[in-house]
Design a protein around this ligand. Structure first.
Ligand SMILES: [Zn+2]
Length: 308
């Protein structure tokens, strides 16, 4: 039980309730964008250099416990490549190429949104792209993840099943999980679930839209729902809700709260606020300290948030 609790703020199991956008139009509808901006420049992400190497020549071979399980005893069963910030383990190059482009693009976007000069992690993030269902199920069992998972992020690592094995990833989910492993590079500490999931959800709309060249910014979550999960329950949560509708509301409301903190308060103060919370402060005490000029009580904050 202890291991499960410890893992909560570090890991995210991809939730099956998420309905990924498969086409640009679906994404636009999901993000409530009336008209598409001009198409993305052809160069977006295409300049990412993906260099394939034998495992022995990969420059950063440090793995967390699940990464070691994924790599297994025979690293040669995977193909390996690396970019500036990521090591990608894969079977089909098209998968690796697609993920590498998105990973480096999201890296820059998250860095920008966190207004960070450099990350706090001197290792590369490892991404494992499974191709075969049976191989994935074995890994999920060995790593003791939820058996229904289709993708998991843990600390700075990401493990993902590409069901088609042809670069056909569910874009929103990949962006969400990738954001978790990138966020960890900038804030390598345990943070509450609402903050971890809320930021990943915010970027899964924001960064992916920018990657596709259709705007971004204040777009909101791609999930449906009213974002009406009770705030105190959200802030206190240490495990995911049991019911599917509650799960959706939990993610949706987490994103609404994070989006409010980033876009409606002072963007410059988001990371200082996150760091206070990562050191153990509640949202209430961190907020009243960091935004002392705006709010005298937490109720004042709640009222303004609820009107947003
Ligand atoms: Zn997540």
């Amino acid at each position: 039980m202890r291991a499960r609790i410890l893992s909560i703020s570090l890991a995210c199991w991809l939730v099956t309730a998420w309905a990924p956008a498969q086409t640009l139009q679906q994404l636009q509808q999901r993000l409530n964008i009336g008209k598409a901006a001009p198409a993305a420049p052809a160069s977006r992400g295409t300049d990412v250099q993906l260099v394939e190497k034998p495992w022995e020549q990969i420059t950063d071979q440090q793995l967390f416990e699940h990464g070691k399980i994924a790599l297994g005893q025979t690293p040669s069963k995977w193909r390996h490549a690396e970019t500036e910030h990521f090591v990608i383990h894969y079977h089909k190059r098209i998968d690796a190429q697609k993920v590498a482009r998105q990973a480096e693009f999201y890296y820059e976007q998250v860095k920008k949104d966190l207004m960070a000069d450099k990350d706090r992690f001197d290792r590369k993030s490892h991404i494992f792209l499974f191709e075969k269902e049976a191989e994935w199920q074995q890994f999920v069992a060995d790593a003791k993840f939820m058996e229904w998972s289709a993708g998991v992020s843990y600390r700075s690592e990401l493990y993902f099943l590409s069901r088609q094995g042809g670069g056909d990833f569910a874009a929103g989910t990949l962006a969400h999980e990738m954001t978790h492993c990138i966020f960890y590079r900038f804030v390598p500490k345990r943070i509450p679930m609402w903050l971890n999931e809320g930021f990943a959800e915010f970027e899964s709309g924001n960064a992916y839209a920018k990657f596709k060249g259709i705007g971004g910014g204040n777009r909101g979550s791609g999930r449906g729902g009213a974002a009406g999960y009770p705030l105190q329950k959200l802030l206190a949560a240490t495990e995911y809700p049991k019911e599917r509708d509650d799960v959706r509301e939990f993610y949706r409301t987490s994103e609404r709260l994070v989006r409010f903190l980033i876009t409606k308060l002072d963007h410059n103060r988001f990371v200082p606020l996150v760091m206070k919370i990562a050191e153990g402060a509640s949202l209430e005490s961190a907020l009243l300290e960091i935004h002392a000029d705006k709010f005298k009580t937490f109720d004042e904050f709640v009222k303004r948030y609820e009107k947003s």
